[in-house]
Ligand binder design. Structure first.
Ligand SMILES: Nc1nc2c(ncn2[C@@H]2O[C@H](COP(=O)(O)OP(=O)(O)OP(=O)(O)O)[C@@H](O)[C@H]2O)c(=O)[nH]1
Length: 585
């Protein structure tokens, strides 16, 4: 097993802030600590009941510590959590438990941060040590006093006074939120905590899996990176709280756990930063920032790997620490930059990263015992913040997905629509007639095609200008639409030519319809043209009779032939004096 000197702790981004805040923690004046009276004290923090001193001049024994406690050179805890800074000397703490009942009382004592390396506790009654409990993150999970996220143990406190002495040694932040609860209360807290963590991690895991599935089918990298980022964060949280190791790395020891924490921390930070790059398309409008993010996510993991190869845990941990800090700051910087570039969703992105940053700060201050009271909610603020961030980011992805779908529909519609007349173009015509033809063939109905060509259109362009020609095309398209039925498929076939497919209409009936269209065109008014100018068109009609076309049952293949025959008929109409309808054949 590694010793505390060569053992370093995985550090979450919020621990970084913690370090800074802890450095500011002040030393308080001496005072007498209040004894904890049970069973009336059913649950709470022990910070304010605790006195402590630091082991500044080398390791001391329990006896020496007891002598110090007998003196008055002690510091009185003033908040729920005793917070002293990072990489500080070990701390000795003491408090008294007075059981005023006649029965032994079963209580759980816990230090609710998972990164404290070595914690020793002595229970002393009448000057004699009656129990000694060693534990902390430096111990393999199965060797800890309770198979629990934190250092914790349970004990039946007999009637009378029990003095508790604790020694805590760690290289991580020395924040010690001591909790003391009747076992019943502790179990209830555990159950509640289980539900809360279950809900928070459940949200994140569900979102992660959903986005990974989306990535698998859509192949857009932001979904994959987002899924990876969330899974990485959850796995990292489970790992640094020691929970992961109960399942998969049961007997690998804390040294392995530390490396795993560092790997996971770097994985989710890298995935998160690449996700932000892809989502906000930072490269487009902030190439320098993008390059900086890219390099950060390349060189830091590389350095960490070198540290791994040479077994330099401290070096790699500092890099992971640094990357985590960059992660929070770069997220906000990228969001702000995206806002300046007027990127959609930039505001939501900033909101999500700032929410996470605020929640991280709340947890940090609570653990540090500064400004924010330490309790279950403030302690879990970091997970709440991350869950809120996850939901907001997921809503951005969903919004982006919707936008992409709408863009696709709009693009498809554009590709099928003639921009001048808003009728189908050739492509739109062929797309739209497919289901119509299928039902005509299935139900053995008649169908016909009418080709329409505006007469002497070139002259309109030449005399009044191209823009007037355009207005005439629009007006004629409108007239054709008015003259047709809802089931007819109309398209601009090219230039000044239009086509109408008439389902369930024989050639004879189509001739009648074509005549109606011709009259409608003749009556078309265009305000840009002089009143005296008469618009007209020639029409060619081809269709089936009694479900037979060219000697065969009507089928989808008939359309091309019908169009060619209608074109021939149209030519006949043009050469026979224009402004008339001609039938094929
Ligand atoms: N304004 C306008 N003109 C167009 C458009 N597409 C094609 N044209 C014009 O339509 C005219 C068609 O001329 P022609 O093919 O000679 O036919 P026409 O003058 O109608 O003569 P007939 O068909 O014999 O009656 C050409 O001058 C094209 O430039 C368009 O989108 N807008």
């Amino acid at each position: 097993m590694t010793t505390s000197k060569d053992k370093l702790h995985s550090v979450h981004s919020w621990q970084i802030l913690l370090v800074m805040l802890l450095l500011c923690a002040s030393i308080l004046p001496f005072a007498n600590a209040e004894t904890v009276v049970i069973p009336s004290f059913s649950q709470g923090s022990l910070g304010k009941h605790t006195q402590y001193f630091r082991e500044r001049d080398g390791i001391i024994s329990l006896e020496q510590a007891r002598l110090r406690f007998a003196s008055d050179e002690l510091t009185q805890g003033n908040s729920n959590s005793i917070s002293l800074g990072i990489n500080v000397d070990p701390v000795w703490m003491t408090f008294e438990i007075r059981n005023t009942s006649d029965l032994g009382q079963l209580y759980r004592l816990s230090a609710e941060t998972p990164w404290l390396d070595y914690i020793d506790t002595w229970l002393i009654r009448d000057g004699e040590v009656v129990k000694y409990v060693a534990g902390g993150d430096g111990y393999a999970f199965e060797k800890r006093p309770m198979a629990y996220r934190y250092y914790a143990f349970e004990y039946v406190y007999p009637p009378g006074v029990t003095q508790v002495i604790m020694r805590v040694e760690t290289l991580g932040p020395m924040a010690i939120p001591l909790q003391f609860s009747s076992v019943e209360n502790a179990i209830n807290r555990d159950i509640n905590s289980g539900y809360q963590y279950g809900a928070l991690y459940g949200i994140m895991i569900a979102l992660a899996l959903y986005n990974l599935v989306l990535y698998f089918f859509i192949r857009r990298k932001e979904y994959g990176l987002y899924g990876l980022y969330l899974l990485g964060f959850v796995t990292n949280s489970l790992s640094y709280t020691g929970q992961l190791h109960t399942i998969i790395t049961y007997d690998f020891g804390p040294y392995f756990q530390d490396w795993l924490d560092i790997f996971l921390m770097i994985t989710y930070s890298v995935a998160g930063l690449h996700f932000a790059r892809a989502l906000l398309q930072t490269k487009e409008y902030a190439p320098k920032l993008d390059k900086f993010v890219l390099r950060t996510t390349l060189y830091i993991p590389l350095g960490m790997l070198i540290g791994f190869v040479f077994s330099q845990l401290f070096f790699s941990m500092v890099l992971a620490f640094f990357l985590n800090t960059c992660f929070v700051l770069l997220f906000i910087a990228m969001g702000v930059r995206a806002l300046y570039a007027k990127k959609p969703f930039a505001m939501t992105f900033i909101l999500s990263s700032v929410t996470a940053a605020i929640c991280i700060t709340v947890s940090t201050l609570a653990v540090a015992g500064i400004l924010v009271p330490y309790n279950d909610y403030t302690f879990k603020a970091i997970e709440v913040g991350m869950a809120v961030e996850a939901i907001l980011l997921a809503s951005i992805l969903a919004g982006q997905f919707r936008k992409a779908q709408i863009d696709k529909l709009v693009a498809e519609k554009f590709a099928r629509t003639d921009p001048l007349t808003q009728l189908n173009n050739r492509r739109g015509f062929h797309t739209q007639i497919k289901p119509v033809l299928a039902s005509i063939e299935r139900e053995q109905l008649d169908m016909s095609v009418v080709l329409i060509d505006i007469d002497l259109f070139k002259r309109i362009n030449d005399q009044y200008g191209h823009h007037v020609g355009d207005k005439v095309l629009q007006a004629v398209a409108n007239s054709i639409k008015q003259a047709c039925r809802g089931s007819d498929v109309i398209a601009r076939w090219g230039g000044e030519e239009f086509i109408v497919l008439l389902p369930n209409t024989s050639q004879e009936q189509a001739q009648f319809h074509a005549e109606r269209i011709r009259v409608a065109i003749e009556r078309t008014k265009c305000s840009e043209l002089p009143r005296t100018h008469q618009i007209s068109a020639s029409l060619g009609v081809a269709g089936s009779s009694y479900h037979i076309f060219a000697g065969q049952s009507v089928s989808q293949d008939c359309v091309e032939v019908m169009i060619n025959l209608a074109d021939d008929a149209l030519y006949q109409a043009k050469t026979s004096g224009k402004n008339q309808v001609q039938l094929a054949g």
